[in-house]
Write a protein that binds this ligand. Structure first.
Ligand SMILES: Cc1cc2nc3c(=O)[nH]c(=O)nc-3n(C[C@H](O)[C@H](O)[C@H](O)COP(=O)(O)OP(=O)(O)OC[C@H]3O[C@@H](n4cnc5c(N)ncnc54)[C@H](O)[C@@H]3O)c2cc1C
Ligand code: FES
Length: 262
C-alpha cells in the first residue's frame, strides 16, 4: 500500500476557505472547506493537516481524517473534537475564513472484505465515513455515542447515511444502548470489522472478537508531527516490524498489534 498524495512538498499546502464549522456536540465540530479538486481525489484513509491559524504564528498543523468528500458541492470535511489549544482555536473559526490545509497524508485504505462492518465510537466516526461512502450498501455502519447532547451529531451522520446504526450509552435515542448486542459474529475472510474510537472501544472490540483477531482491524490515530514519513513520530510496532501511520498505513489487524505497546 503506497502513500497517496503524501510528500514533503509545500506544493501539497493549500489555502482553503472554510465553508462551514458546525458545532455538533459541546466538543465535536464538523468543518468543511471549499476544495473541488481535493474533493475529487480524496480517498478513505486520507487525512489532512489543518493549521489552526493562517500559518503565520508557527502553530503546527493538526491531523484529521477526511470525513467526507462531496464532489457536487466541491467540499472536503473533517469531524473534530476539541481536546486542546489547536482544536479550541479551530472551533472559533467562522465560515469564510481561510486556513492552511496540507492534503493529503495517509495511505488510502484497501478495499476490504466482501461484507465490511465499520464501527466507530464518538469522534472516531470521522475515520470510517468515507469508506462507507465508497462501499455503499456493502458496508454496515455502526456508531456508538454517549447519548444526550449527541443528537445533532447523530443527525449529521444519518443525513449522510440514513442506514447508519446508531447506539447510545444512555439509550436516550438510536437503536439501543450497545452495538455489542447486535454486532455480527463470527468474523471471517468474507466479513471483516474495521473500528476506530477511544482506547476503551478498541479494547471492547478486541475482547468481543477474541476468537477471530485476524479479521478485526483497528484504525489507529497516532500523534503525528511531519505527516510525510520523515520524523518517525507516528510509528506503530507490529508483528511485521514498525509502520508509520502517516504514510505506510493506519489500518492494522488486531493480531498484529498490541494496543498496550502503541
Ligand atoms: C492520523 C490522525 C487522524 C486523526 N483524525 C482525527 C479526527 O478525524 N478527528 C479528531 O477529532 N481528531 C483526530 N485526530 C487527533 C487530532 O489530531 C488531535 O486531537 C489534535 O491534533 C489535538 O490538537 P490540540 O492542539 O487541540 O491538542 P493538544 O493541545 O496538542 O493536545 C491536547 C490533548 O490531546 C491529546 N492528543 C493530541 N493528539 C492526540 C492524538 N492523535 N491521539 C490521542 N490524543 C491526542 C494530547 O495528549 C493532550 O492530552 C487524528 C490524529 C491523527 C494522528
Ligand atoms: S508523522 Fe512523521 S513519520 Fe509519520
Amino acid at each position: 500500500m503506497g502513500g497517496y498524495g503524501c510528500g514533503p512538498s509545500s506544493l501539497n499546502d493549500h489555502i482553503l476557505t472554510v465553508a462551514e464549522n458546525i458545532k455538533l456536540t459541546n466538543k465535536i465540530f464538523w468543518m468543511s472547506f471549499d476544495a473541488p479538486e481535493l474533493a475529487s481525489r480524496a480517498r478513505s484513509g486520507n487525512c489532512v493537516f489543518v493549521y489552526p491559524s493562517d500559518g503565520n504564528d508557527h502553530m503546527l498543523g493538526r491531523p484529521f481524517a477526511v470525513a467526507d468528500a462531496d464532489t457536487e458541492k466541491g467540499r472536503i470535511s473533517v469531524c473534530y473534537m476539541v481536546v486542546g489549544h489547536g482544536t479550541a482555536v479551530l472551533s472559533a473559526v467562522k465560515a469564510g475564513e481561510r486556513l492552511k490545509v496540507r492534503a493529503f497524508t495517509g495511505a488510502p485504505y484497501p478495499e476490504g472484505a466482501k461484507e465490511l462492518i465499520l464501527a466507530a465510537g464518538g469522534v472516531g466516526t470521522g475515520a470510517v465515513l468515507l469508506k462507507k461512502k465508497e462501499r455503499g450498501k456493502s458496508a454496515r455502519l455502526f456508531i456508538g455515542v454517549p447519548g444526550r447532547g449527541y443528537e445533532a451529531f447523530a443527525d449529521k451522520i444519518l443525513s449522510l447515511y440514513p442506514d447508519a446504526e446508531i447506539y447510545t450509552d444512555d439509550g436516550s435515542f438510536g437503536r439501543g444502548d450497545s452495538m455489542f448486542a447486535v454486532l455480527p459474529r463470527p468474523l471471517s475472510a468474507e466479513k471483516e470489522l474495521w473500528c476506530c474510537g477511544p482506547a476503551g472501544f478498541f479494547e471492547a472490540m478486541r475482547r468481543f472478537y477474541e476468537s477471530t483477531p485476524e479479521h478485526l482491524y483497528y484504525i489507529l490515530e497516532k500523534r503525528m508531527a511531519c505527516g510525510f514519513g520523515g520524523c518517525m513520530g507516528c510509528v506503530v510496532e507490529t508483528s511485521g516490524g514498525p509502520k508509520r501511520v502517516c504514510v505506510d498505513r493506519a489500518l492494522f489487524r488486531a493480531d498484529e498489534v498490541d494496543l498496550h505497546d502503541n
